[in-house]
Design a protein around this ligand. Structure first.
Ligand SMILES: [Mn+2]
Length: 317
């Protein structure tokens, strides 16, 4: 890891062009770690970077610092050869969307991730699957490399941690809280960040609450299965996190499946569990993720995916 960090910093110092991206349809960690790293590179190495995304950025992230600095992938030259491409929070290559094209031409690829990935794309990997978020790993880099930072960088990294831990409920170690405590001591307000994130359009909240209300339950109430059709899919703000956070409150429930009809023959699957691993189910569907939070995009109808998922969960305690 130490050598990788040194290589990473050396590459930043020598690169004349740098592009940074996270996964498609960025969440708080994916977006904010990209913007924080770009700002960090500018502040410490006086270099401009190109921040890129594919998919949609949720409205709840409209207020994060430097939000305007990230560019939709179709608005940049995909054929451009970057000296350094940095991938953050991406999981596996099929989550990069249109940015994958840029990776193919890159001279060097580096990655910072906390997803399990047996086939990393990068030449230089700074991965830590124990970390709560990529924001946490970047904060570590600031400390170990004694990098300069400012309030906006801290706010971005704090937003990464707050969103990826679901307000400190999911993967969140003592170390994560100590980092957060240091940030709070430095002036970060968790209350202000939480208020800024409460920025969903009304129709998204109503749509997500409606989907939660129509949930089906299986296997003695252990599994909740919610569906979002194509019309409602357009109204979601992000990946339907509100549906998941409503359902997880149900007594006796262990697993949540959220199926989203993205197109006639394309279904988004979000999987959550309270304690048991579900990443193998995401893998079986061609996706991936974490032990208790994973997902996939399946090229099949929502009806077929529903059957497939229910079969995969059969017999699970
Ligand atoms: Mn993440």
């Amino acid at each position: 890891m130490k050598k990788n960090v040194k290589d990473f910093i050396d590459k930043i110092k020598t690169a004349k062009s740098i592009a940074i991206a996270g996964h498609k349809n960025p969440d708080g960690d994916s977006l904010c770690s990209v913007l924080a790293l770009a700002r960090l590179i500018h502040l410490n190495f006086n270099k401009k970077t190109v921040c890129v995304y594919d998919g949609n950025i949720p409205d709840c992230l409209d207020n994060v610092p430097d939000r305007k600095n990230i560019i939709y992938f179709e608005h940049i030259d995909l054929k451009k050869v970057f000296d350094l491409v940095i991938l953050l929070d991406y999981g596996t290559e099929n989550h990069l969307g249109g940015f994958l094209e840029i990776c193919k031409n890159a001279k060097v690829i580096a990655e910072i991730d906390h997803h399990k990935n047996d086939a990393p794309l990068a030449d230089i990997c700074i991965d830590d699957i124990e970390a709560s978020s990529v924001g946490e790993i970047i904060y570590d880099l600031i400390c170990t490399q004694k990098l300069k930072f400012d309030d906006a960088i801290l706010e971005l990294l704090a937003t990464s941690i707050i969103t990826d831990t679901g307000n400190f409920k999911y993967v969140c170690h003592g170390k994560t809280l100590r980092i957060m405590a240091e940030m709070v001591d430095a002036g970060i307000s968790i209350k202000n960040i939480s208020n800024a994130l409460n920025n969903k359009p009304r129709k998204s909240v109503i749509t997500e609450a409606g989907a939660a209300a129509n949930t089906e339950f299986f296997y003695k109430g252990r599994l909740a299965l919610a569906t979002v059709d194509e019309k409602d899919y357009k109204n979601l703000d992000g990946r339907g996190d509100l549906i998941l956070s409503i359902l997880e409150q149900i007594k006796g429930l262990e697993y949540i499946v959220l199926l989203k009809r993205q197109k006639e023959n394309q279904t988004g699957v979000s999987l959550r569990s309270k304690t048991k691993p579900i990443d193998h189910i995401a893998n079986a569907l061609g996706g991936g993720g974490h032990l208790n939070a994973a997902g996939a995009v399946v090229r099949d109808t929502i009806e077929n995916v529903r059957e497939k998922v229910l079969t995969l969960f059969k017999g699970m305690k």
